[in-house]
Write a protein that binds this ligand. Structure first.
Ligand code: UGA
Length: 431
């Protein structure tokens, strides 16, 4: 199939590249000229394992190209994928300006029948709205199909080739058939729905996963008070196949560009139809509070944080990404600085991005965990990068002012830490 992908963010770039790998002819479009010229040179604007090889190979074999000429890309394609961003407005609602604009430009460029497939996460009713916008601008026939994306950052390529399911929302049987064919080799789990249900499936999925995380974090907080161990509790409940093991890792809560944005958007979607989504509001609230458990644990040990030096291990919202959007590290470091602590921060790949969102004289940027730990009163581990488990604990203890490690991701084995003389605190496990 000939495919144009509008938007080379996470979703657009990864799906475009993966469709090229499946032997389709793909043109990726973006308004940002610098991004396009980098991509044309084989440079990837995001950190995503496995993506660069695929870009280079498919571009070299002539199935993948990059352009800023949307109209030309649309004219050459049978299928147009809309994958532009829908960031949060201050109200929490999704900003639909970019996707609406993209739909207008697609409509103006159309010179024959097109299938328009929306991959951006959009509020319920958006695809119907886009249908109207396009119909007002062109007489050409087209079908709108909503195919929400479920890939995770850091495992985006793997997820795209091995999806749990593909959801196809559409009112048009012929378009549905074409989109089924496009995905047939990826999975047997293809669910066909109406447009609104497909849109809702995306929000409901992310909201449910966020709920699991806040749930286990609250259980962790109770475990701390009653002397139970949340890791054992999560394992014990996860064996019930109705519950499952996934997304029951207690910690400092979720971040990233998806859960925070999509939970807020769903609260708004409900609010717009006079429904108060109380459960999800609590999920968001619990997630926000959970970040500050790091601060409370430091206070329990040191009392006042003024004058302390705290090493921060990990700035990305999760490992294997350089994404710091809504990362817990932002709130935690801000609070530490506010309370008069000095911060020594490190992250294997997200430091540059982090400095763009937060820089302060109170923060020293360090090469690695060991440098950050030197002369620190405490380490706060915020992102579970594997390399943070590779330090020799004896050596680590020697370079620190006080051997205190607060593990916000339950990465360390407690006994090992305590035996090595560290004052060790984690989330929801006895200290
Ligand atoms: C999430 C969803 O998992 C994807 O299915 C979805 O496509 C994507 O959002 C999106 O809407 O685009 P992502 O944000 O990349 O993917 O990352 P996740 O791996 O889901 O992790 C999200 C956050 O939850 C991270 O901060 C992670 O540390 C946290 N988390 C995850 C926990 O605290 N505990 C867990 O057990 C699992």
């Amino acid at each position: 199939m000939k495919i144009a992908v509008i938007g080379t963010g996470y979703v657009g770039l990864v799906s475009g590249v993966c469709f090229a790998e499946l032997k389709h002819e793909v043109i990726c479009v973006d308004k940002e000229l610098s991004k396009i010229s980098k991509l044309q040179d084989g440079e990837i604007p995001i950190y995503e394992p496995g993506l660069q090889e695929l870009v280079l190979r498919n571009a070299a074999e002539g199935r993948l190209s990059f352009t800023s000429d949307l109209a030309a890309a649309v004219r050459q394609s049978e299928l147009v994928i809309l994958a532009v961003g829908t960031p949060s407005l201050p109200s929490g609602e999704a900003n639909l300006a970019y996707i609406e604009q993209a739909a207008r430009e697609v409509a103006q460029a159309m010179d024959g029948r097109k299938i328009i497939m929306t991959k951006s996460t959009v509020p319920v009713g958006t695809n119907h709205m886009l249908k109207q916008v396009i119909a007002e601008l062109t007489d050409q026939p087209f079908d709108i199909v909503s195919v929400p994306e479920f890939l995770r950052e850091g495992t985006a390529v793997k997820d795209t080739f091995n999806p749990d399911r593909i959801v196809i929302g559409s009112d048009d049987p012929a378009a549905v058939q074409a989109v089924i064919e496009l995905h047939r080799q990826l999975t047997e789990n293809i669910i066909v729905t109406d447009l609104r249900s497909a849109e809702m499936i995306k929000y409901a999925s992310n909201a449910f996963l966020a709920t699991k995380i806040s749930f286990i974090n609250e259980i962790a907080n109770i475990c701390e008070k009653v002397g139970a161990d949340v890791s054992q509790v999560a394992a014990g409940i996860g064996y019930d196949h109705r519950i499952g093991h996934a997304f029951l890792r207690a910690g400092i809560g979720y971040g990233g560009s998806c859960f925070p944005k999509d939970t807020q958007a769903l609260i708004q979607i409900a609010g717009n139809v006079d429904y108060e989504f109380k459960l999800l509001k609590s999920v968001v609230d619990v997630n926000h509070q959970q970040r500050f458990s790091m601060i409370h644990k430091l206070e329990e040990i040191f009392g006042d944080l003024k004058g302390l030096t705290v090493a921060i291990w990990g700035l990305a919202f999760k490992p294997n990404t350089d994404d710091v959007r809504d990362a817990p590290a932002i709130d935690i470091i801000r609070e530490l600085v506010l309370r008069g602590a000095a911060v020594k921060a490190c992250d294997p790949i997200a430091m540059d991005n982090f400095r763009k969102v937060m820089d302060s004289e109170a923060i020293t940027w360090c090469e690695d965990g060991l440098e950050a730990a030197c002369d620190a009163d405490a380490i706060c581990l915020l992102t579970e990068w594997q390399e943070y488990c590779r330090y020799q604990l004896k050596h680590l203890r020697r370079v620190m002012k006080h051997p205190v490690l607060i593990d916000g991701r339950n990465m360390y084995n407690q006994e090992q830490l305590q035996d090595s003389g560290f004052i060790y605190r984690s989330i929801g496990r006895p200290s």
